[in-house]
Design a protein around this ligand. Structure first.
Ligand code: NDP
Ligand code: 8X3
Length: 260
């Protein structure tokens, strides 16, 4: 990790900041001196995080209750940010989820729509609402999309989620190409198993089933991912990481895990 922050006073917007990886990213970037716009649907958790960060670090937090699936809400909210919060230097597209671990043909339309509308359409909504102003400003900016090793290959029962994360990889690659004549960098961060509320959400509140995912293996933590994200956004201007895969020990890829 660098000793010095290049990011003091700059602004990061993080989607899905109410828990897990997004929350850890908010804290890690605040530690680097960034002002943070935290986005999520659970307003009370956004307010708690704002208080936690502002009481510990000399940075400001703007809390924005937003459902990333709702295009008009996203464009309206992001275009009406206060003047001092408009110039976003770092975007972390993190909001996302899986629902169920069923055979593809058993996924309900409600569930597969929610997964695609959050992981893919939500990422597009937020990105397209912010990138034009990043280009107009002409300054260095970084977009980090939280993909997954699940996007590299399908696994049993995970096809819908895996396809959504494959889309995140392709959108990241395409955006990097479309921004090649700018100072905007695009990185796809692909974690393996990270112990967060992810499995609790996937299994719709079944705590025992969610906990069993992380038994017999020391999974990554949200902080492990946030440290890597902080490293990426704090790199010198000429260094552009296209993609990074982060696994815990005893995980080899999205499908190969050894548990004790
Ligand atoms: P969490 O369930 O802890 O966090 C998910 C976050 O996404 C929450 O803050 C939630 O906020 C937000 N979110 C979900 N839907 C919406 C929405 N419609 N609008 C706005 N925010 C939304 O899980 P993780 O931290 O693990 O997940 C973060 C990202 O990391 C996801 O994209 C996930 O796919 C990815 N990932 C996770 C891995 C893991 O093993 N945990 C591995 C690889 C990638 P709220 O409910 O308040 O809206
Ligand atoms: C989340 C990790 O292994 O549950 O992207 O697909 S996994």
């Amino acid at each position: 990790m660098f000793n010095e922050s290049r990011l003091i006073g700059k602004i990061a917007l993080i989607t899905g900041a109410t828990s897990g990886i997004g929350k850890s990213c908010a804290i890690a970037l605040a530690k680097l001196g960034m002002n943070i716009i935290v986005v999520g649907r659970r307003e009370n958790l956004l307010e708690e995080l704002k208080n936690e960060i502002e009481s510990q670090y000399s940075t400001k937090v703007f809390s924005l209750k937003l459902d990333v699936r709702d295009s008009s809400e996203v464009f309206t909210s992001l275009s009406s940010l206060p003047e001092s919060w408009k110039n976003i230097d770092v975007l972390i597209n993190n909001a996302g989820l899986a629902l169920g671990l069923e055979k593809l043909y058993l996924n309900t339309p409600e569930d597969f729509s929610t997964v695609f509308n959050t992981n893919v359409i939500g990422l597009l909504n937020v990105t397209n609402a912010l990138v034009p102003n990043m280009i107009k400003r002409g300054t260095t900016a970084t977009i980090v999309n939280i993909g997954s090793v699940a996007g590299d290959a399908a696994y049993a029962g995970g096809a819908v989620y895996c396809a959504s994360k494959a889309a995140v990889k392709t959108l990241s690659d395409g955006l990097r190409i479309d921004l090649v004549d700018t100072k905007i960098k695009v990185t796809d961060v692909k974690p393996g198993l990270v112990e967060t509320d992810f499995s609790l959400v996937r299994f719709k509140g079944d705590k025992a089933r969610a906990e069993s995912v992380y038994k017999g293996i020391e999974a990554l933590t949200a902080d492990n991912i946030a440290e890597t994200v902080a490293y990426i956004v704090n790199l010198p201007e000429n260094v552009h990481i296209a993609e990074i895969t982060i696994l815990c020990n005893n995980q080899a890829d999205g499908r190969t895990i050894f548990k004790k």
